[in-house]
Design a protein around this ligand. Structure first.
Ligand SMILES: [Zn+2]
Ligand SMILES: [Zn+2]
Length: 206
């Protein structure tokens, strides 16, 4: 009977914000007071239960919810970091390939054009006069058709990546945003964990 009473009292105490004594009926996934925004609970990410700042383990699934948070978000950050590093490496190659392709697109047609200019002096018909332009155009077409393939092979970037570059870089942008969020969560749980560990010796004594 006594146990029930103790539970009731703690439940009542938890239901009021210690800062502004605002009555908290339903926390849901909220961790802060609606009125003064003071942090009241820490969410256990493995069972989605809100735990009092005084608890060392989750009241529902008994896990060390701060540590679980740190472990989970460190893994997520590490995974995203790994993927993003690979993307940045490919991005460098992609930039090199694009530059190479641009240089070829500029130089090959003009080189062919110059090569054929003697025709202006040697030939005596209109076809000879047009030859430099024809060759320049052929050079342009060659680079248009094969440029990307050659350039990506030269910098050792798989052609598939170059072809789907827009989608790949969009996905990387999304991953950057996600990594930001995961890092914030990681900071949050790391802070909670170290605060709790600093405080817990006192708590154990009282
Ligand atoms: Zn409050
Ligand atoms: Zn839990």
């Amino acid at each position: 009977m006594l146990r029930v009473d103790v539970k009731k009292i703690t439940a009542l105490e938890m239901a009021r914000c210690p800062n502004c004594s605002h009555a908290i009926d339903q926390m849901g996934k909220r961790t802060h007071c609606q009125k003064c925004n003071r942090q009241l609970t820490v969410l256990c990410i493995s069972c989605q239960t809100n735990n009092s700042l005084l608890f060392s383990n989750c009241m529902k699934c008994d896990c060390d919810f701060r540590l679980i948070g740190v472990e989970y978000y460190s893994k997520e950050v590490a995974k995203l970091d790994f993927d993003l590093k690979e993307f940045y490496r490919l991005e460098e190659l992609y930039k090199k390939a694009t530059n190479l392709e641009r240089i070829w697109r500029l130089t090959l047609p003009s080189a062919l054009f110059l090569l054929a200019t003697p025709c202006w002096f040697l030939s005596n018909n209109v076809w000879g006069l047009l030859l430099p332009f024809d060759l320049a155009f052929i050079g342009y077409l060659i680079i248009k058709i094969y440029g990307k393939k050659w350039a990506t092979t030269k910098v050792k970037l798989p052609l598939e990546y170059a072809k789907h570059w827009k989608a790949i870089s969009l996905e990387a942008k999304r991953q950057e945003v996600r990594k930001d969020e995961m890092e914030k969560q990681l900071d949050y749980y790391s802070r909670e964990l170290s605060c709790f560990r600093q405080k817990s010796p006192d708590l154990n004594q009282t």
